[in-house]
Design a protein around this ligand. Structure first.
Ligand SMILES: Nc1ncnc2c1ncn2[C@@H]1O[C@H](COP(=O)(O)OP(=O)(O)OP(=O)(O)O)[C@@H](O)[C@H]1O
Length: 608
């Protein structure tokens, strides 16, 4: 028995686990913080300005109670005892100045923070988009598009919510707490001791809340991502869902996932429902205790009334921001969990890497060689054990074989969507890993079954691989593959929008458009996954004719599903279990008694 190979761990491997181990959790946190630091780095100066503004506004706020104390203890007695209104006017004016300066600075701080936050979001959105395009096909085949979508939508939204409102509040709250505590120590250290005693249970409660909510918020993010994945999957697979009457099953699954999401949300709210009243209670008890002790000290003559009033105001103010922090903790946890996921996606590395020192290949001839290629997807079983193959320039190969034989895999290796696990793929004698992606993509083009059309005009869709192509070139390509006539019959000809009414094309027409696209790109090697859908006979003839024009003079590998395609090939390769089991011209193989001869006979039978 062979031992199972260890699971390959990449940055996104553990993103669905919301109960991470201690080390893993730390590593994930560190990764998010690194990303955050990286995102904030270009905003150092604006950040400094924001800090100065928040400090100014906090000083304005903490000045209030201190001014109340001196007003009660000095200014009012001065007026009452000596009829001197001077101190009252001075302290009153100072109070107004502090309030106005604090308010203005707070406003400016909010605007400054918003500017930084929007800058960070813009940068992050772009990074995620760039990264998803940079990552290799291997990543996209395992990390579903729904997940990428939830990274770019709901996770971004969570971060935006935090940066737009929450964070600004939390930062100013924290400053306020520190300044209030400092002022209280200066004003009356005994009252500060009462506050310090209350701070301990508040801290314990906050820590308890933090720990549990971290798990709950991860759970919430995961549940929300699962919901989006399910939704996107159902929408993209709507035809299959309806064709196989899967509506009730998918609805049930979606319902269960929605329910899990609701549960996850409820858990976080439940936690908050205990945390906030807890804090409120601690705050009120502290104010009461400070009042009782203070009143006793005032009676004993150890404390002035104004100082007591100011101390009580400070204590009340100290607990206000904790509550605010508690409230924003929601947004913070959500955003932290979102940042963890986004940072995981950003930390992924493409499996197919651009060569360090690429060899130039501006004009490939199209000579292909697979030199003892061995291949497995990730840690999976070996799909191609040992493929040794030479395809001279200009040859048209038809690949046939049972399903799962490895035909598409071979195509993905030749186009370098994946790299061989062992052995080499050579184009004109150069290892394709040493050819720059740009040269390789120009030399080798893959036409897939789905013949994907992007929103836009027919012209733009044909010119996909050569956006600077002239109208003449585009039209010539369309004429060559036999697409010109039907394009001209469309409402706006080449300018018809493929997503609008009248721009909808049939499966065969779609294929012709993708042939025109490939013809215009003019690669030396063409890899073509023939559509399995059967076309009507005129449609098939049209496509066949287009295909023949497209193939002329280039090296071509066609994953063939039609007998007519095999007939135009120079050479047929029959694959089974990742090996080439028959190799020869169509005529040679038909004359023999191998698999292809049997397949050919069956095909012919199906045609009569
Ligand atoms: N992305 C992937 N990850 C893991 N295994 C894969 C992946 N794609 C294909 N395989 C496996 O590799 C093997 C070969 O698949 P491949 O798609 O190359 O076959 P094929 O000959 O093109 O089949 P078909 O004619 O049905 O398209 C199959 O066993 C398949 O399960």
């Amino acid at each position: 028995m062979t031992a199972t190979p260890p699971r390959r761990v990449t940055a996104t491997t553990n993103e669905d686990d919301f109960n991470l181990g201690r080390d893993e959790s730390r590593a994930v946190r560190r990764r998010s913080l690194r990303l955050l630091g990286n995102l904030l780095a270009p905003h150092k100066k604006p950040l400094l300005v924001a800090v100065l503004l928040v400090v100014t506004s906090t000083v304005g706020q903490v000045a209030g109670p201190a001014l109340v104390a001196v007003t009660i203890d000095q200014a009012i007695p001065a007026l009452l005892d000596r009829g001197d209104a001077g101190p009252l006017a001075t302290f009153g004016a100072l109070y107004i100045v502090a309030a106005v300066a604090g308010g203005l600075a707070a406003g400016a701080y909010i605007r400054q923070a918003a500017r930084i936050a929007q800058g960070v979001m813009l940068d992050l959105r772009r990074r995620v988009f760039r990264q998803t395009q940079r990552l290799s096909l291997e990543f996209h085949e395992t990390y579903t598009s729904g997940r990428v979508i939830s990274r770019q939508t709901s996770d971004m939204e969570a971060l935006r919510e935090l940066l737009d409102g929450g964070l600004t509040g939390v930062v100013s709250s924290m400053f306020l707490m520190v300044f209030v505590a400092g002022s209280l120590v200066i004003l009356d250290w005994r009252s500060a001791l009462v506050l310090a005693a209350a701070f301990v249970p508040a801290l314990i409660l906050t820590r308890w809340f933090q720990k549990r909510s971290q798990v709950f918020y991860r759970e919430q993010r995961t549940a929300s991502a699962r919901l989006i994945v399910k939704f996107v999957e159902t929408m993209t697979g709507m035809r299959a869902v309806q064709a196989f009457r899967r509506e009730s099953t998918t609805e049930r699954d979606f319902g269960a996932l929605s329910d899990a999401y609701r549960e996850a949300n409820l858990k976080t709210f439940g936690l908050n429902g205990r945390y906030q009243p807890g804090l409120l209670l601690i705050g009120n008890v502290t104010v009461t205790a400070a009042l009782a002790i203070g009143a006793w000290r005032v009676l004993e003559g150890g404390m002035e009334v104004g100082v007591l009033a100011a101390a009580l105001l400070y204590i009340k103010r100290f607990f206000m921001p904790i509550q605010q922090i508690g409230m924003f903790y929601n947004a913070f946890q959500s955003a932290a969990a979102a940042l963890e996921k986004v940072s995981g996606l950003l930390a992924e590395e493409p499996t197919v890497v651009e060569p360090q020192r690429p060899e130039a290949l501006p004009h490939a001839r199209g000579d292909l060689r697979l030199d003892h290629v061995r291949f497995a997807y990730g840690d999976g079983p070996v799909v191609l054990p040992d493929l040794d193959l030479h395809i001279p320039a200009g040859q048209t190969i038809a690949l046939v074989g049972t399903t799962g034989a490895g035909k598409s895999t071979l195509a993905k290796l030749v186009t370098r969507f994946y790299d061989a696990s062992e052995g080499r793929v050579l184009l004109d004698g150069i290892d394709i890993r040493d050819i720059s992606t740009q040269d390789l993509r120009r030399a080798v083009v893959m036409v897939t079954q789905e013949a994907y059309l992007f929103s836009g005009s027919v012209r733009e869709n044909i010119a996909l691989g050569r956006p600077d192509a002239s109208q003449e070139d585009i039209e010539a390509a369309a004429r060559a593959v036999g697409a010109h006539e039907f394009i001209m019959r469309m409402p706006d000809g080449y300018d018809t929008d493929v997503n609008k009414r009248g721009g909808r094309v049939s499966a065969g027409q779609r294929q012709l458009l993708s042939f025109a696209r490939a013809f215009l790109a003019d690669p030396a090697v063409l890899v073509l996954d023939e559509a399995t859908s059967s076309l009507d006979i005129p449609g098939e003839r049209l496509v066949q004719h287009g295909l023949q024009t497209l193939l002329a003079d280039r090296t071509a590998i066609i994953i063939a599903h039609r007998l007519s395609t095999v007939a135009i090939a120079d050479r047929v390769l029959v694959m089974a279990h990742g090996r080439v089991v028959e190799d020869g011209s169509p005529d040679e193989l038909i004359a023999g008694d191998g698999r292809f001869a049997a397949l050919h006979a069956a095909w012919q039978d199906s045609l009569v």
